[in-house]
Design a protein around this ligand. Structure first.
Ligand SMILES: *[C@@H]1O[C@H](CO)[C@@H](O)[C@H](O)[C@H]1NC(C)=O
Ligand SMILES: *[C@@H]1O[C@H](CO)[C@@H](O)[C@H](O)[C@H]1NC(C)=O
Length: 335
């Protein structure tokens, strides 16, 4: 399925590993930058450790996977375990710094929230980004900035969460808890959870015009399943309970899809869930690069709202590619 000539290697259609990375610096704010600069020597050490304990095994591991046929449940389980081990290993290598990093992210969160609190559409919609250290140190700050600028443009709220909040599960699960937490706070009617490996490419499109109060969830299908990388939740009692049901299905297969697997399985099994979920066209909220699905209704085209790179974030050249896309988006949208 990997196209000939494609520069990026990827694991398998639709898989969404979003964890790992090589260094702990990740935040975009002054506070975070300050924390970074004061810890630069320690960071070098951590980087070296991280490369040894995380990247090398990850590369070896990925090299062992079959590339042209989908990985079976066994491989998926291994990938999930690898993600957890990576996370634990990095948490370990960051020992002593975790508090500092958490504080930096908490400061970033407060700053972002405060900056958007009086925004015009703050009550209507907030973007929720789970910045998941140990992930994305090479391009995370740019990705967060992309979403923050978009929220500012339209006066939406902006919520940034730290993926290290709960290390008992791969960081993807943080999304579920973060959505519940913010729903309970009741500041926003809707929350848009958008993954770090997605880029908003058309700032003229107004997300609040996509909302539909007859439903509690708005999501789109890729060529395999519904994908939760870009998903809207109404802050409702139903959504809270639905998220709880997702959280309780930690061991749903394929486990390497984490909360996405639980979401898809619940949607397939339960007619009542389907009634609350609006499925929109993929390119309306979650287009992909052609290397993933390679079909008209998935492939990102200039002018589309969002491009999402599920399963690609560990590919060679990915940091440069996503940073380039973010830069292009900034230029095209007059930032
Ligand atoms: C993380 O999640 C697990 C499983 O739900 C829970 O038992 C644990 O208390 C949580 N830890 C924190 C720090 O929230
Ligand atoms: C965004 O979408 C609008 C409407 O389709 C289009 O006119 C505009 O050129 C797009 N902008 C960008 C930067 O893609």
């Amino acid at each position: 399925m990997a196209q000939s000539g494609a520069k990026l290697r990827f694991l398998r259609k639709g898989r969404r590993p979003r964890h790992g990375g090589t260094a702990p610096s990740f935040s975009m704010t002054e506070a975070a930058k300050h924390a970074e600069s004061t810890g630069s020597r320690r960071r070098l050490l951590v980087l070296a450790t991280a490369v040894l304990v995380i990247v090398v095994p990850a590369v070896l591991f990925v090299g062992l996977l079959p590339r042209d046929e989908g990985a079976g449940p066994r491989q998926l389980r291994l990938i999930n375990e690898l993600a957890l081990r990576r996370q634990e290993a990095l948490a370990e290598s960051l020992r002593g710094q975790v508090a500092e990093l958490q504080a930096a992210v908490a400061a970033a969160e407060r700053k972002a929230e405060a900056a958007t609190q009086r925004a015009a559409n703050y009550d209507t919609l907030a973007l929720l980004v789970v910045n998941a250290p140990p992930g994305y140190p090479l391009w995370g700050p740019q990705s967060v900035e992309n979403k923050y600028q978009y929220a500012r443009r339209h006066g939406y709220g902006f919520l940034l969460e730290n993926g290290l909040l709960n290390t008992s599960r791969p960081a993807a699960w943080t999304k579920v808890k973060a959505l519940q937490t913010h729903m309970r706070m009741g500041h926003h009617k809707w929350l848009w959870s958008i993954d770090m490996d997605a880029v908003i490419t058309n700032f003229s499109i107004e997300a609040h015009k996509l909302l539909d109060d007859r439903f509690d969830v708005i999501v789109s299908p890729d060529c395999n399943v519904l994908n939760t990388g870009s998903i809207f939740f109404k802050a409702s009692e139903w959504s809270l309970q639905f998220l709880q049901r997702i959280w309780e299905r930690e061991f749903d297969e394929p486990r390497a899809w984490w909360e996405n697997a639980a979401f898809v399985n619940l949607h397939n099994e339960d007619e009542e869930v389907r009634r609350h979920v609006k499925v929109v066209e993929q390119r309306a909220i979650n287009a992909y690069p052609p290397i993933i699905c390679n079909r008209e209704s998935s492939n990102w085209q200039p002018g589309d709202f969002v491009i999402h790179y599920p399963s690609l974030s560990h590919s060679e050249g990915f940091p440069e590619m996503i940073k380039q896309k973010i830069k292009e988006a900034a230029e095209l949208n007059g930032l």
